[in-house]
Design a binder for this molecule. Structure first.
Ligand code: ADP
Ligand code: MG
Length: 395
């Protein structure tokens, strides 16, 4: 069923499922553009709640909350594990993007790989393991490999590296015999991601690919422009757009890719049906940002220009930089005149939790990365010095 081919304009009420940092940055973008926002999130301290007009503090499948969401002019999500059925239900009453079907694909590594292949793109060699009986010597060609749960994994969680068939069996048991994919571990020359903004086949753009560096399975830095040959980056953009077209995707789609070997072959790793951590650099370094695009596309507006205005490097700030008491020394970042600090306002600090990020602008991405690393190191050192001073005092 189609509702209206005309655009949704301010001050219409937009709805978002999920109120984490992605929901918060979406809400700021929407509010800045003059829209109103309703956020659905069960956490009373959800970061988006501090900016939203309405916070429905309820479960994602709460019937009354979903009825409220259905009254919004358009609804999107920031949370890929939101129920695809809730999105499909909402689509009976309002504009929903991305579709429940697209969200369902991104929730399942097996389906995701099927779609990547259907789009004519390459993935790492893999096999699906549904039961212990699927594990036998024919899987040896995928070793050393990484066993990943088919659903619900993020930030490296739900993954175990395996070198032998015995280790594979043990890992499958440790992952509680849930459906998994076993991927061959490939030699990563680099990792990149492309954020695509697609309204329809004619109106699709993408942001410049980011070069991503992970630490302990969590994104640490995104450098833009990525330090790879231009033809490889162009091919990455082309592949990401091809995948978005194949899925008939509406909204912001992030496509993670591996760059493998000396020949720099591009393999699609996974997709996210929403703005992505590796696209946060767009907030400070591009003509438009990924959250403004999400607002535009859900409202039926054409995507905005995505040009990079200046080379940059985004660095994540994890809970790890919090001292035992108080706050990190934010002056470290704030005193730098081309570093843009973004804190998400999360009340609970945990190791590995994404609490904020900063983006450094510079002459080139290498220089931006050097500066970002040095600022990062300062934050870590400050936290550690503080802890040891506190310990000395208490001794
Ligand atoms: P998540 O959903 O946790 O982001 P990913 O599948 O993207 O899971 O894996 C996290 C990181 O682990 C990747 O960014 C990459 O650094 C590494 N990794 C994952 N799969 C492979 C693989 N098949 N070969 C080599 N490295 C991998
Ligand atoms: Mg990933």
């Amino acid at each position: 069923m189609s509702f209206s081919s005309s655009c949704i304009l301010p001050p219409a009420m937009l709805g978002i499922l999920g109120g984490g940092q992605l929901g918060a940055m979406f809400t700021v973008a929407a509010k800045t553009m003059g829209y109103q926002v309703t956020v659905l999130d069960p956490d009373p301290n959800a970061p988006a709640a501090q900016y939203a007009d309405v916070h429905l503090c309820a479960a994602f499948d709460d019937a009354v909350a979903l009825q409220n969401m259905a009254r919004c002019a358009a609804v999107t999500t920031e949370f890929e594990n939101v129920s695809a059925d809730s999105m499909r239900w909402l689509a009976q009453y309002t504009e929903v993007s991305p579709s429940g079907d697209c969200v369902a694909i991104a929730q399942d590594r097996q389906q995701e790989k099927d779609w990547i292949t259907k789009a004519g793109l390459a993935t790492v060699p893999f096999a699906v393991i549904c039961a212990e009986s699927d594990i036998d010597s024919h899987l040896e060609e995928l070793l050393p490999g990484i066993l990943k749960t088919a659903t619900l994994g993020y930030d490296g969680k739900g993954q175990i590296e395996v070198d032998t068939i015995e280790e594979l069996r043990a890992a499958f048991t440790r992952l509680q015999n849930v459906r998994c994919v076993l991927e061959k571990k490939v030699d990563l020359r680099a990792e990149i991601s492309v954020v695509v903004a697609r309204l329809n086949e004619q109106q699709t753009v993408c942001f410049p690919p980011a070069e991503n560096q992970h630490e302990n399975g969590i994104l640490a830095y995104s450098l833009v422009p990525a330090r790879l040959p231009q033809p490889v980056l162009q091919q990455a953009e082309h592949m990401a757009v091809k995948l978005a077209h194949a899925m008939d995707y509406k909204g912001v789609l992030a496509v993670e890719m591996f760059v493998v070997g000396n020949e720099m072959q591009l393999l699609v790793n996974e997709i996210a049906p929403r703005p992505h951590n590796s696209g946060h650099y767009t907030l400070d370094a591009c003509i438009s940002d990924q959250f403004q695009q999400q607002v535009r596309l859900m409202c039926g507006l054409p995507p905005a220009a995505t040009d990079l205005l200046q080379p940059c490097c985004m660095a994540n700030i994890l809970g790890d930089v919090w001292p035992a008491h108080g706050e990190p020394n934010w002056c470290t970042v704030l005193n730098h005149n081309t570093a843009c600090l973004h804190l998400y306002g999360k009340k609970q600090v945990r190791l590995g939790r994404k609490m904020g990020h900063f983006t450094v602008l510079a002459e080139d991405s290498e220089q931006a990365w050097q500066t970002a690393r040095s600022l990062h190191l300062h934050l870590y050192n400050d936290a550690q010095n503080f802890c040891s001073t506190a310990l000395n005092v208490s001794c």
